[in-house]
Design a protein around this ligand. Sequence first.
Ligand SMILES: [Zn+2]
Length: 389
Amino acid sequence: MQELLWLLLPVAAASGWWAATRSLRKKLAAGQRRHDPAYFRGLNHLLNEEPDKAIDVFIEMLEVDSDTVETHLALGNLFRRRGEVDRAIRIHQNLIARPALTTEQRGQALLELGQDYLRAGLYDRAENLFNELRQHKLHLPHALRHLLTIYQQEKDWEACLRIADELERHADADLSVERSQYYCELAGEAERRGQRKRAVVLLRKALAADRGCVRASHQLARMERESGSAADAVKLYLATVERDPDYLPEVIEEIVQTNRALGRHDRLRQFLEDMAARHPNRGAELHLVDLIRETEGEQAALDYLNDYIARTPSLLGLMRLLELRCDRAGGHNDTLLGQVRDQLRRLMRERAVYQCGRCGFEAKQLHWQCPSCHAWATIRRRPLHDADG
Ligand SMILES: [Zn+2]
């Protein structure tokens, strides 16, 4: 083979020659490694499920042959994926201690070790490593993503905003939804500390980051309502529903109460009828039952409800029907209807009516960040008829 390469030399360009000899040397080294007894000893330990002995052998090999870096990285990853984080850490720490590593190899080993630390819950150590990669602009998108995970865990929302900006600049990522949620988190903290003005500024920033952020819009409406500006609050509530009609069940109770406090019964009925027609099965129909009962009497309310349940059966609709029937019977809880109503109420409290649109995680309450896939603003209340399943 060497002779063949010498024959080719006159016609080969200098760079081509160097590439060929480099590749040949690598192949020879790989061939030698395949016949290295230590390599087989290591494999043997692995096959015999003696991972600690295997690690010792591979580490010993690394001291004489830095070409085994890829093998060590693969082995470390394997241990981490199997949940054996201590072993992964040992392999990756050993790699980083080798002075012969190329910048690329060292960057890769740092990234892997950082992920081991994350998996082990050692956030401070992981943060230091990812920050080192960030400073040297090595594996930047991965390092920034992991830093974001750490700062989210630590609820350091200011740091999350800084990292999100960097990710958008360097990794061509769109984090507008995440940024708006970080502003909402900061606004919540400000509100809890009594800093109302700061909370409003942060919520407006959330809306500037993502126009569709119902969380910010709802929080602004609630703050207006609590400060006594009911009319302004109603406008903000309606704007919230316009941003995302699926969010209606979260605000409908407050919309009904605020309109009632303002004495705007006609406007409220108009709104509920409009919602029932445009966005059915999100609670407007059941609030309409109450309004019809007040203005047209019990029978008209029952007729409307029976008609609605016949079209779209749901546990909530059935529950409302039972309540109306019980009221009609004089509100006695010892009747069969009363018992069924109470049991149904209990069953409904146990139901998971929220679901993540990304991973399918089911929850009994609204989470802004999915506890399962960690995505933001992906959990929604399922439509009434759908939530029974
Ligand atoms: Zn999810």
